[in-house]
Design a protein around this ligand. Structure first.
Ligand SMILES: [Mg+2]
Length: 215
């Protein structure tokens, strides 16, 4: 399965929470343009993150404060670490906070693969780069549709997400779970993509166990 990070494994969008707390409010203009799909993720994120003013310690503390995992996420990650399910992480967010929040599971090799953008807290800000050129589309720096296609391996791919950039993944996945109230749930409905709307990750774990999704 392929799973999104911000707002899916976590309750809140950690990247947005960091910008909300530490960036000049003009970052929201970029966020709105992104939601309307008027600019690419690379263009918007390259303008947003230099607006952040924070020390590495302040960033780490804030990530801890806002990075609560969704119910069922720890168990889903445990199942990945046990090899019981095949887990791939596809995030349009940044590795520095993902690695902080998922450290116990990354140590246990819970993921077959992880894709995210690169962020380095330095010089009182966060410098960002986008290393996955091969996974880029016109809109996404890490296109979840390309990740789903890369990890299909002749098997059905379950996709779980919440946001506007998850639509690319939902379009090509075999089965889609969307977080209730997120943009993906409504966009998928508009496009006629069959979706199970969820509040927790427990139904995903149950489904993966039912279909037999070992790594
Ligand atoms: Mg998300």
């Amino acid at each position: 399965m392929v799973v999104d990070f911000d707002g899916t494994l976590t309750l809140r969008d950690v990247g947005d929470e960091i910008c909300d707390r530490f960036a000049d409010p003009s970052w929201r203009d970029e966020e709105r343009a992104l939601a309307r799909r008027e600019v690419s993720m690379v263009a918007a994120q390259s303008r947003m993150w230099p607006l952040v003013r924070a020390s590495p310690d302040a960033l780490e503390a804030h990530v801890r404060a806002v990075g609560t995992l969704r119910s069922g996420a720890a168990e889903l990650l445990d199942a990945g670490a046990a090899g019981e399910i095949d887990l791939v992480l596809a995030s349009g967010g940044f590795d520095f906070y993902i690695e902080q929040l998922l450290a116990p599971w990354i140590e246990r090799h819970a993921f077959r693969a992880r894709y995210a953008n690169r962020g380095r807290p330095e010089a009182g800000s966060v410098s960002v780069s986008f290393p996955h050129d091969d996974l880029r589309c016109a809109y996404c720096a890490v296109c979840k549709g390309r990740v789903v296609q890369r990890h299909r391996d002749g098997r059905p791919v379950v996709f779980v997400g919440d946001g506007v950039t998850d639509l690319c993944g939902a379009r090509v996945a075999s089965e889609v779970f969307a977080i209730r109230g997120g943009a993906l749930a409504s966009l998928a409905r508009e496009e006629g993509i069959e979706t199970t709307v969820i509040d927790t990750l427990w139904p995903v774990l149950e489904r993966l166990r039912a279909i037999g999704h070992a790594r």
